[in-house]
Write a protein that binds this ligand. Sequence first.
Ligand code: ATP
Ligand code: FE
Length: 368
Amino acid sequence: RLVLGIETSCDDTGAAILDENGKILGEALHSQKDVHLKTGGIIPVVAQKLHADHIDSVVNEALSASGLTPQALSAVATTVMPGLALSLGVGLSYSLKMVKQYSKPFIPIHHMEAHALTVRLLHQVEFPFLVLLVSGGHCILAVAKNVADFLVLGQSLDEAPGESLDKVARRLSLINNPDCSAMSGGQAIEHMAQFGNKELCNFRIPMSHHRDCNFSFSGLRNHINYVIQQKESEEGIQQGQILSCAADIAAASQHTVARQLAKRTQRAILFCKEKGLLPAANATLVVSGGVASNGYIRRILKNVSYSMDVSLLCPPPKLCTDNGVMIAWNGIERLRAGVGILYNAEEVRYEPRAPLGTDISDIVRKAD
Ligand code: ATP
Ligand code: FE
């Protein structure tokens, strides 16, 4: 069985062909990051045009690397939710044309399910496992009970950690630092943080007194912005110039984000153990999504998992951010499980907002 995976939900055009065992036969990725860094954020019509301009060459590059023709494929799997409407639309209409032309089954993919299952491409991790998804658009704690069967314990009530770090990086003008060129905001924060002292700014950890597994990042970001503004006036510099304490602010921001993730994850592990949602022995915590490529955040979560007696698994950084491989792998997982395979895909629509699974956050809150 061979699956072509196509990803266009945000700002990466990705494609890959995987076989039944998860062997990557061909892959290609076109990132729009440079363009969006210059405009200070993603402009949906720009993202749509860039996807439309590149999707054909990305898919053909992956196919020719695999040495396969479209006729050889068993199915096409494509992200149809959640994401930017205009971006999702490009991948979906391209895929629908392709499955029609070659009479192939279509497997619609939930982008966050793909982030959650990527780990199983490389590690033998059995269901159920706990997963923390941290990315540019989401922050979700869930129990993965099976392919396409998730219990959502908590999620961000406002923005996602990747979005906050991107905005802080922009506010700190890290894009003007040549050392950080071509890095995403989160990567730039991680890079700068190595040279900073996190103790020089003290940001409160959001939600720490809430008895649930939800997250919040926008208040923290406002606090960070306020401190940046104060430091700018103290140093007598304009917005756009780099503060002498930029590395300290980056380190403190990264630390506070990591601490919040750690606290909520610890709570989720306790809840799952109490309710028998995870195996009593050898339970696994998976951390995935773009922010999971952050080494500092991984180390903090490693300490949490060690102290709670669960093992931590993260996909390699390259597979944490968006790519076609994770979509093709999700297609393989669904083919194996026999779920969500469509032989007539004409009715499929994209969904910009879509829950990952059953929301049990109320039960988590009342459990205390
Ligand atoms: P979603 O998956 O929620 O739809 P997305 O697909 O845009 O959002 P991803 O590609 O999974 O997000 O991740 C991108 C995010 O990851 C960006 O916000 C980026 O700043 C962040 N990120 C990437 N590398 C790092 C890093 N080393 N440290 C922190 N954040 C990082
Ligand atoms: Fe993503």
